[in-house]
Design a protein around this ligand. Sequence first.
Ligand SMILES: Cc1cc2nc3c(=O)[nH]c(=O)nc-3n(C[C@H](O)[C@H](O)[C@H](O)COP(=O)(O)OP(=O)(O)OC[C@H]3O[C@@H](n4cnc5c(N)ncnc54)[C@H](O)[C@@H]3O)c2cc1C
Ligand code: SF4
Length: 490
Amino acid sequence: MKQIIYLGFDQLNSKYGALKDADPKSDLIVLVESARMVTGSNWNKVRLYFLISSAHHFAAELTQAGYTVIYKKAATTVDGLTEVKKKHGDLPIIAATPNSFRLSKALSDFGVTFVENDFFLTPKELFNSWAESQKSYLMENFYRGQRLRLNILVEGGKPVGGAWNFDKENRSPLPKGYKFPPYLEHKPDEIDIEVAKQLGMQPNTTWATSRVGAKKVLKNFLDNHFESFGPYEDAMSSDNWALHHSLLSPYLNNGLLHPSEVIDAALKRFEKGDIPIQSAEGFIRQIIGWREYVNGMYWYLGEDYKELNHLNTNRKLLPLFTDPDKTKMNCIKTTVSDINQRGWVAHIPRLMLLSNLALITGTNPQQFLQWMREVFIDAADWVMVPNVIGMGVHADNGVMMTKPYAAGGAYISKMSNYCKGCFYDPKLRTGETACPFTTLYWDFLDRNVEEFKGNHRMAQQLFGIGRLKDMPEVRKRAKAVLAGLDIGLI
Ligand SMILES: Cc1cc2nc3c(=O)[nH]c(=O)nc-3n(C[C@H](O)[C@H](O)[C@H](O)COP(=O)(O)OP(=O)(O)OC[C@H]3O[C@@H](n4cnc5c(N)ncnc54)[C@H](O)[C@@H]3O)c2cc1C
Ligand code: SF4
């Protein structure tokens, strides 16, 4: 063997990264399952199952294709590579540039040579030059540039459908009695069963763990959900856990699917003519816009960005995040139970329930970030850090988003059916049955009047507090709510 190719668990694709030009005769492929990854934190087992089983399946496929593959368990990635070198000689190591600052530094210090990480559609240099040319880093501006650069949904320099963005048509709540086509179940194979056994759990049937399975998920989305993706993109429901979302983030993030093939398939499907532009544009915006923007911002904003705590909030992580029985709030109980079961909920529950709650309770951003990293199947530093620190809890003083995503119970009640089965009333802000979101939303604005008064996008919300006659009672109730949340009794 002439060299070692190190494969991260988020680079499982033979057409991209370090495997692109690999040769079974001269390259030794190494995957390392580090103890840090498995036992280093309180990881959701569904997440571990997915990542580890996918890596084993991929290793098996490479072996079948004639490669020599080593799947090594070790304390750290570098320890694993050191052991391989001891056994197989001091071979040079190459890898696609890792997706985090931490691993990039560890591997680079170890002497690993990086090749291009082409698991995204936007080279870092291109993103940086865009960011440097901006006054504020508006995703929408970046996205329009992507549409033109990649020539997607563009005709003669103009957007297909007459507008760049149909976001306003992506916010319908679900009609009563709405029926969803079923989602796929994935039958566990021998590898899945063995991985689940090692983790002390039952095999999970929600997530595919191979490229073949991931491609089935893509097809199922395009056949059964793409058409209605747009209108109900922001809806939430206790009757259906996935709505019309694609469920593709785990596979895009671990490499089993590449964003370019997802976009190509979506455009091909759109060209058949029966997918409304709101759905096509909405979905494409998520992949070539949001996903690329978040990745670009992770690298552009630097390693220290994850430590920001601009609002100086230091409440400990609430017990309801780790135990859904520690709350009577129906929206949160359902969401946290869903996460425990599948490691996934859609964008709006992540933003407008979980992050909103962390924001308006003044939860420490780093503790909240750590919890989000541990529980989501698709979590990784590059995607969690900007989404939580920037978008979710506004800990970056508005570098990414011009205003905080704070909302009361009225928004949640409009976009979901959670409030119907809840002990609390979304319309009330004081009293024993006042919705904690509603009380804390006003209290948050009140606590931060000085902070946001120069922000014209917050003017209407701040004007609202001035009109509240019962602010003293709201403040009193907010104190009681926060104390109750701290001990898991709200
Ligand atoms: C606070 C917060 C934390 C998040 N953490 C993660 C995370 O750890 N990993 C992750 O992949 N996504 C994260 N997201 C983005 C988004 O919630 C998930 O990508 C989405 O819910 C995954 O489900 P899906 O594949 O069905 O998505 P769909 O709704 O079908 O969207 C299609 C694709 O768009 C991409 N996408 C959309 N929005 C974003 C975004 N803001 N950032 C990155 N990609 C995006 C994803 O790849 C997703 O698969 C987070 C969002 C918020 C607000
Ligand atoms: S009333 Fe409040 S706490 Fe209850 S489900 Fe609605 S938003 Fe959530």
